[in-house]
Design a protein around this ligand. Sequence first.
Ligand SMILES: NC(=O)c1ccc[n+]([C@@H]2O[C@H](COP(=O)([O-])OP(=O)(O)OC[C@H]3O[C@@H](n4cnc5c(N)ncnc54)[C@H](OP(=O)(O)O)[C@@H]3O)[C@@H](O)[C@H]2O)c1
Length: 316
Amino acid sequence: MSQKKILAVLGATGAQGGGLVRAILADPQGGFAARAITRNPDSPQARELAKLGAEVVAGDVDDEKSLERAFAGAHGVYAVTFYWAHFQPERELDEARKIAAAAKAAGVRHVVWSTLEDTRLRVPLADDRMPTLMGKYKVPHFDAKGEANRAFTEAGVPTTFLLTSFYWDNLIHFGMGPKAGADGVLAFTLPMGSAKLPGIAAGDIGGCAYGIFKRGGEFIGKTVGIAGEHLSGAEMAAALSRALGRPVRHDDVSPAAYRDFGFPGADDLGNMFQYKRDFEREFRAARDPAFARSLNPALQTFDAWLAANAARIPPA
Ligand SMILES: NC(=O)c1ccc[n+]([C@@H]2O[C@H](COP(=O)([O-])OP(=O)(O)OC[C@H]3O[C@@H](n4cnc5c(N)ncnc54)[C@H](OP(=O)(O)O)[C@@H]3O)[C@@H](O)[C@H]2O)c1
């Protein structure tokens, strides 16, 4: 019987949780075992994790009892919710409450909660620099996570609040890669002026979370932030030019223009980039790459991520 401490991982077949499962399995002497939670243990992704050595169990963040079962006997839980699966901040808040309650019921010793800032603490709803969305949010997918922090505190579960960063993988999966303009030149749109954007390879987040679990109780009750690198739009465009072997310019539209792009969530993301621009100092200070590297020595820079992934960015 294994004496390893079990880390139960939500989103195990996805970006953040998948990175954590792989980090645990890559360190067989580390004292932890990976329990991958999925809605569908029979999916090819789940079977792949089982083949790599993870225990695969069923669980759904909308079903508290399933979470209690999935967390039973676990030392730690990696808690992440999936805003872009439903675009409903209240539902995300409810999912976080269910995770917190299930972790409490299961007697989990350490939850790492993947969160983001409640932007309304700096941009109250009455602040008209950006529109209020869905009645009571400025950046719905941030605000719900920040508001949900309280669910963990109030449930009394030992929690580390992990502030994540913009995935560079959005250039592949979220349609944010460079696009050819009317002049045929590739342009990378980032509505942040010369402000620097903390970014990270999505798969590296899990390695940082693993570093937090390995450090024991050190970060329980604390908020920690991670990023691979902080880069301006111009710096990202220059790195893209080098990696793609053709010129890429930074297209610095206004956040208002970005909100009007019209794709689902464009208003949320326009507000998000404006928040990151207007509160650049605070937002960056919360996400120190040197600290992230101390948790995860394999943390990639944007250049390193591009070297491995530029070919996966859809052609413009
Ligand atoms: N994109 C960014 O730049 C960025 C940056 C920071 C934070 N975030 C946040 O990251 C979160 C998403 O994390 P991610 O990118 O790791 O997700 P992801 O890659 O989209 O993976 C989600 C995985 O979670 C599982 N899942 C979906 N709905 C579920 C449910 N109801 N119950 C249990 N599991 C469920 C799915 O697995 P199964 O099908 O196997 O169940 C899926 O493989 C979002 O809330 C987003 O706001 C994103």
